[in-house]
Design a protein around this ligand. Structure first.
Ligand code: NAD
Length: 376
């Protein structure tokens, strides 16, 4: 299998899809890996590191694209790149198929096989390939660090000669992978933490990290595959009411609530922001899907009456070494699934390949995406 990695072109993208450690493993398994010059530099890996791992380096994009049986990337490659690939090339990346399904057209037109890393089933067997969890872990951690940088106070309780400083109060909304990592990080830094989710099962995980779980009575919105499902307006109103009350005492709120394929639910209203103390901070990790806070603007810092609201859309890319390392390990595990003895072997009876392959031989092959495209 010939695997190609290009330099990511997005302005805020510092990650690379494969790091040298993984190249070495893929080459040992009988694959060839080709890399665009400088593709790993921002993630701490030089061309020499890649060459030593067994990759071939080239600055000729077109030539690289012609060689690819598999093109792997962090973000969906642009239409120009897709149009230069051979028919049948497998593209493995974060393709945002539920958020931007119309962008899949280029895969159909160019007869490419599209693997969406977001659509890998959240099963035990697929854990080693779970890019969403890897990136959410990093974003949850970094969100707390960002908050501490913006907050005009410290997180831990401190007893000093000048008296005692109480710990900061942190509220985490959405206790999935990112939320739980944010809870763990804020707890390590000594904050008093409360967590909220509409999946009742999240309660145990929140409590096990030493945080208080805020619960809505008789609500458990657990849907398919452990994800949350959309809830009605009545439940959303009760959630907002509970969060507005809690926000008034919080120094910092980190929101991570998402429902796959839907706009992120608005949980922190303008009223909730106005109930917060001056200097409080909200980090909204749902910014790329519309945000959990009514006042969020993606990648902008909003100052509303002295409360800072920040919704960074690509936090994982701000820790490129570890983000690339985890992404690369996930992609390598997936490449091992694509090949038998170093040769391509697409076995659609495998639930991981079947779930994540969303376009093949000129057709969308995922029912959910077909439905979304039919109604849009
Ligand atoms: P996600 O990013 O889709 O959503 C983040 C959190 O937001 C979820 O916990 C969700 O319940 C919550 N949420 C959605 N709407 C909400 C609302 N209105 N109010 C409050 N909270 C709301 O989720 P994720 O982090 O990708 O994880 C989804 C699920 O998958 C979790 O149950 C997680 O434990 C599970 N998971 C399983 C595996 C595995 O078994 N391999 C791996 C990773 C995650």
């Amino acid at each position: 299998m010939q695997i190609v990695v290009l330099k990511e072109l997005a302005a805020d993208e510092n990650r690379v899809a494969l790091v040298p450690e993984s190249v070495k493993k893929l080459v040992a398994a009988g694959n060839k890996v080709f890399l665009e010059t400088g593709a790993g530099l921002l993630a701490g890996a030089s061309d020499i590191d890649y060459e030593q791992a067994g990759a071939e380096i080239s600055s000729n994009r077109e030539e690289l694209l012609h060689k690819a049986d598999v093109l792997t990337a962090i973000n969906r490659p642009d239409e120009e790149v897709l149009s230069k690939l051979k028919k049948g090339t497998i593209v493995v990346a974060l393709l945002r198929p539920l958020d931007e399904p119309e962008k899949l057209q280029a895969f159909i037109e160019n007869d490419l096989t599209a693997i969406s890393l977001e659509m890998i089933p959240r099963t035990t067997r697929a854990q080693a390939m779970d890019v969403l969890s890897s990136m959410a872990t990093i974003a949850g951690y970094k969100a707390v660090l960002l908050a501490t940088e913006k907050l005009p106070r410290m997180l831990p309780m401190m007893t000093t000669a000048a008296g005692t400083i109480p710990p900061a109060r942190v509220l985490i909304v959405g206790a999935g992978v990112a939320g739980l990592q944010a809870i763990a990080t804020a707890r390590r830094l000594g904050a008093v933490v409360e967590g909220f989710d509409i999946r009742a099962a999240a309660g145990e995980a929140v409590r096990s990290l030493g945080a208080k779980f805020l619960e809505l009575e008789n609500v458990n919105a657990e849907g398919e595959g452990g994800y949350a499902k959309e809830v009605g307006e009545e439940v959303m109103e009760s959630a907002r009411e509970l969060l507005t009350k809690t926000a008034a005492n919080a120094d910092c709120i980190i929101t991570t609530a998402q429902v796959p394929g839907k706009r992120a639910p608005i949980l922190i209203t303008k009223d909730a922001v106005e109930a917060m103390k001056r200097g409080s901070t909200i980090i909204d990790l749902a910014g790329s899907n519309g945000g959990n806070c009514e006042l969020s603007k993606p990648n902008e810092i909003v100052n509303h009456n002295g409360v800072f609201i920040y919704a960074p859309t690509n936090l994982a890319a701000t820790i490129p070494v570890h983000a690339s390392q985890l992404f690369s390990r996930n992609v390598t595990a997936f490449c091992n699934l694509l090949a038998k003895d170093g040769a391509l072997n697409l076995d659609f009876s495998d639930d991981i390949l079947n779930g994540s392959c969303i376009a093949h031989r000129g057709e969308i092959r995922n029912e959910r995406i077909k439905e979304i495209l039919a109604v849009s």
